[in-house]
Write a protein that binds this ligand. Structure first.
Ligand code: ADP
Length: 506
């Protein structure tokens, strides 16, 4: 009696074992993320697919096996009830495997118990299948080899369970690679158990002819292909199912993440609005609380100065003058600080419309004429009726020009010249204030736009002004979609240019 293995069917059984191993690992991952009814469904359907896979490997392996008597193959049949029972046992083993490996935790005791149960089930599947084999020869099993096959079944189950547990949460391409490697290992282990068990089978001399009973199938290569095809289909369906589940879950997770981000953004916006409101309230309160007593101080100083409360001496008058100057300075400072805070936080409102720079310059120059006269400065006004119109908030632009012109007056020695002129190109108009004053060192040209920066100012030498004028002016220019820039050469003078969008073109 010679034993023979069909190499094609052996190869197929190995392939099916590896694919079934991969599907098992993939299914364990799905069981791990699913909850409730979905989890039970995954275990149930998964056990069917995985059980079919394991059983097919085993059955194809049995079909690969042939006995030959003097060169002639002995016909073999398999008893269908035994086959059905062996399928059921394989499904039960898979059910156990998925339920255990898909859990959150896998303590050693549980792993050991599950490995023994699963190994016994797989060996059971095999020997039940063998019990269904009908061949005209007496079959018995070699006990040491049976024991070895049992040991391999338990060891293979334990390795498979542990791998499935470890890789249950592995996702993406690296998860697929690791699962693939583990599946090869599982495939080899399952096949190893099968072929060890087959080697335990001992066959006596050939008997008489064999009839194929109604409830049996004849072992043929064609049956092997058919089983492989069906199993392949079932395993492919299982893989498609896991892929769809994975994608759906990923989408759900992305949707939840987006929702969470929206909620966080809403919360941040609400918090920022709350903080802004608090700052508004604070500024309004400060403005009122500081200005009211200061106005009272200035008002009473005026009354005293006017002699309303009786005659005052010259010295008292001189002191009152200092009170009034300092009070006005403080009032200006408070106004500037509050304005700056409001502009800086982007809450200044701009009433932008077309402003004729010629008319505006005339008004501003009129306002400052006394200051220029007092310092004996010449003021050239080259902004006339033909000057361009700009898109601006008139009051805010006036404030910028007042600031630039009074700076020019402050920082130009008596007898010097100050000029204001307008230029325009296609889209932008420029208002230029030039002086022949002390100028600004190159290193300070940008710093002067910072709040509270004054060139050459020290605590021991406090000058006029607050150092906020240019900071406010630049913010205002930018708030109207324009810009404020400075050029200067120390000793030769300074040039400040306000750039704004033109209103009278296109
Ligand atoms: P303030 O005029 O209240 O000091 P500004 O922000 O308007 O504050 O100006 C900041 C500083 O820039 C001034 O203190 C001065 O040192 C310098 N500066 C501004 N304009 C001129 C100018 N036309 N010539 C020379 N220095 C100037």
């Amino acid at each position: 009696m010679e034993r023979h293995y069909d190499p094609w069917l052996v190869g197929l059984s190995l392939l099916v074992a590896a694919v079934a191993g991969y599907v098992a690992l993939d299914l364990a991952g799905r069981v791990n993320v699913a909850r409730g009814a979905a989890r039970r469904l995954w275990i149930g359907a998964g056990a069917l697919a995985m059980g079919t896979g394991i059983w097919s490997m085993h059955f194809i392996g049995m079909l690969a096996f042939r006995l030959r008597d003097r060169g002639a193959a002995l016909p073999m049949t398999y008893d269908v009830p035994h086959l059905v029972l062996s399928v059921l046992v394989a499904v039960a083993a898979s059910f156990l495997a998925l339920a255990v490996a898909g859990r959150e935790r896998l303590p050693a005791v549980r792993l050991a118990a599950a490995s023994v149960a699963m190994g016994a089930a797989i060996a059971g599947m095999h020997y039940i299948g063998m019990a269904g084999l009908r061949v005209s020869s007496r079959l018995h099993h070699d006990p040491p080899r049976v024991a070895a096959s049992l040991a391999i079944a338990v060891a293979a189950s334990s390795a498979a369970l542990w791998l499935a547990y470890r890789l249950r949460a592995a996702e993406g391409a690296s998860g697929m690679r690791r699962r693939g490697a583990a599946a090869l290992l599982i495939g080899v282990a399952i096949a190893g158990m099968h072929y060890t068990a087959m080697s335990a089978a001992r066959f006596g001399p050939a008997g008489g002819a064999l009839a194929v009973p109604a409830d049996a199938v004849l072992a043929t290569q064609g049956l092997g292909w058919a089983v492989t095809g069906t199993t392949g289909l079932i395993l492919a369906l299982a893989l498609a199912g896991t892929a769809v589940d994975r994608e759906l879950r990923a989408r759900l997770a992305r949707a939840q993440e987006v929702q969470r981000l929206y909620a966080a953004a809403d919360a941040a916006r609400a918090e920022a609005e709350r903080a802004n409101r608090a700052k508004d309230d604070f500024l309004a309160t400060m403005s009122h609380e500081l200005r009211t007593p200061l106005n009272a101080i200035l008002g009473y100083a005026d009354l005293l100065d006017a002699g309303v409360a009786g005659d005052i001496t010259e010295q008292q008058r001189a002191y009152l003058a200092r009170v009034r100057v300092s009070g006005r300075y403080l009032l200006g400072l408070i106004t500037d600080v509050l304005d700056f805070a409001r502009i800086e936080s982007g809450r200044a409102e701009y009433d932008v419309r077309a402003v004729h720079t010629g008319a505006l310059a005339r008004d501003v120059v009129q306002l400052l004429a006394p200051q220029f006269a007092a310092r004996r400065l010449t003021l050239d006004v080259a902004v006339g009726d033909d000057a361009p119109s700009v898109c601006a908030d008139r009051d805010k632009l006036a404030r910028i020009l007042v600031n630039l012109l009074s700076n020019a007056a402050k920082f130009t020695a008596p007898g010097g010249r100050v000029a204001i002129r307008a230029t325009a190109d296609d889209g932008t108009a420029a208002l230029v204030v030039e002086d022949s004053g002390i100028g600004i060192p190159a290193g300070q040209l940008e710093a002067i736009f910072e709040p509270f920066v004054q060139v050459g100012r020290s605590l021991s030498n406090p000058g006029e002004g607050t150092g906020l004028g240019l900071a406010i002016s630049r913010q205002l220019a930018r708030g109207m979609g324009g810009e404020l820039v400075a050029e200067s050469a120390p000793g030769a003078g300074s040039r400040f240019t306000v750039l704004l969008p033109r209103a009278d073109v296109g």
